[in-house]
Design a protein around this ligand. Structure first.
Ligand code: EPZ
Length: 426
């Protein structure tokens, strides 16, 4: 099994290039199903999840040309000329939850879809009831049987007024894509405003979709008969940027995050500022530093964008684990997103979980230990803790990291981390 070995307490200094956002690239790839014309995506991160999504879309009949010659990530050109295979099988859907995003586009393009229900994962049950309910409001007939979602819209989809009871990134993306080819107008109220959703909406507009309210909680979509191709560059990954900002702070170093968009990181930088971390923005670069590596404790509560992102919760907990003082971290988005806590405790962290809140009492003297990653963000939390800890940390379950962080150990080693990948791939 592959592992990441880290020897801690090395201040990181230098520049880290930020890759394209995984959570934007995945729905953008699915948007290729909405047209028979080529959709070119630039700055796509080289990640396992991207490869899995490409395999799924190929299974649906899309041709995918891949160019990794550029130094700004992959360029993918997706062409779904047809015939379109409308079945998303369990073995693929089970590997990547974002597969459920093909449901709306398949219905909109072909009038039918059979998509395996994505299972839950480490962070929660993760139902898709809002996706299904919204598509039914748009006229789809949906039946759940044998672990699959069987959906039909023989006369096409019809625009509807849909109000989400709470913010869902995936449901917003699924219904937004479906609405672009529906008859009439669809209004999505209480829509997600995450930058990745906005990036998808901008790409769909470039493909000929008629969308108003982009970037707001109310998206108004006027369906069109067909979409055409486009050439779109993926937004930078705000969670990767936030992760490396924490790496600078937790090691008492100074990092320039090259390519990050500060407009996507407001809540993260506000929290880091309260914790005593210096963040400066200039000439298109973000500079993050902390002279002593010892932050003040600060409370955060995860919220939908523009609030503090749930995908930064584990990383922030690593920083608070070595802070001078106590912090209360409350997770309001997922029901089980504290799987990193027992592993942090193995390294000497003082964390007590009460329901969806964790009380973190800072201990500047974390000690390296063998630890086990359980999900994508928990794994990078343990890497961050290892960068700050005395001695050697071995992170097991490296495959989680490869799903969402492009060349993590190369990027960290280039700015002074003593980190390497050891062992053999599974
Ligand atoms: C997206 O997941 C991201 N994944 C997640 O990132 C991110 O944590 C999440 O949004 C929240 O920002 C991708 O974009 C590929 P949701 P998604 O629908 O769309 C519940 C990472 O680490 N819910 O906004 O699945 C759900 O269970 C990943 O990169 C329903 O109850 O998240 C959760 O509790 C992890 N019914 C909450 O809503 C539904 O129909 C928010 O989920 C849909 C969601």
């Amino acid at each position: 099994m592959e592992q990441i070995r880290i020897k801690g307490r090395k201040p990181l200094r230098g520049t880290i290039p930020i890759s394209g956002a995984k959570n934007a690239a995945l729905p953008l790839m699915v948007a290729g199903l909405l047209t028979d014309q080529p959709l070119t995506l630039r700055g796509v991160p080289g990640l396992d999840d991207i490869d899995t999504m490409a395999e799924l879309l190929h299974n649906h009949g899309a041709q995918i040309d891949r160019d990794d010659s550029g130094d700004l990530g992959l360029t993918l050109t997706l062409t779904a000329k047809g015939p379109i295979d409308t079945v998303a099988p369990y073995d693929l859907v089970n590997r990547i939850r974002a597969s459920v995003l093909v449901l709306g586009p398949l219905l909109a393009r072909t009038g039918e879809a059979t998509v395996s229900m994505p299972g839950g994962d480490a962070i929660g049950i993760r139902p898709i009831d809002l996706h299904i309910k919204g598509l039914e409001e748009m006229g789809a007939e949906i039946r759940l049987e044998g672990g699959d979602v069987h959906a039909k819209a023989p006369n096409g989809l019809t625009g509807a007024n849909i109000r989400f009871p709470f913010v869902s990134v995936g449901a917003t993306e699924n219904l937004l894509m479906a609405a672009t080819l529906a008859r009439g107008t669809t209004i999505l109220e209480n829509a997600a405003q995450e930058p990745e959703v906005t990036d998808l909406a901008k790409c769909l507009s470039a493909m000929g979709a008629n969308i108003h309210g982009i970037g707001t909680q109310c998206l108004v979509v006027q369906g069109v008969d067909a979409l055409h191709g486009a050439d779109h560059t993926v937004v930078p990954d705000r969670i990767e940027a936030g992760t490396y900002a924490v790496a600078a702070a937790i090691t008492g170093g100074e990092l320039v995050l090259d390519g990050a968009d500060p407009d996507h990181l407001g809540a993260v930088f506000e929290a880091l500022g309260h914790a005593g971390v210096n963040v400066s923005i200039g000439l298109g670069k973000l500079r993050v530093s902390h002279p002593t590596g010892q932050c003040r404790g600060f409370d955060v509560m995860t919220k939908a964008f523009p609030g503090f992102p749930t995908d930064m919760q584990a990383q922030f907990m690593a920083l608070m684990a070595v802070a001078n003082g106590a912090s209360l971290i409350t997770e309001t988005i997922f029901e089980n997103r504290f799987m990193h806590v027992p592993e942090l405790v193995r390294m000497g962290a003082d964390v007590t979980v009460h329901g969806n809140s964790a009380m973190v009492r800072g201990n500047p003297a974390l000690r390296g230990a063998p630890v086990m990653a359980t999900d994508l963000r928990a794994s990078v939390c343990l890497v961050l803790a290892g960068l700050a800890a005395e001695g050697e940390t071995i992170v097991n379950g490296v495959f989680h990291l490869d799903r969402g962080y492009e060349r993590l150990e190369d990027k960290l080693r280039a700015v002074g981390a003593d980190i390497e990948r050891v062992g053999q791939p599974d």
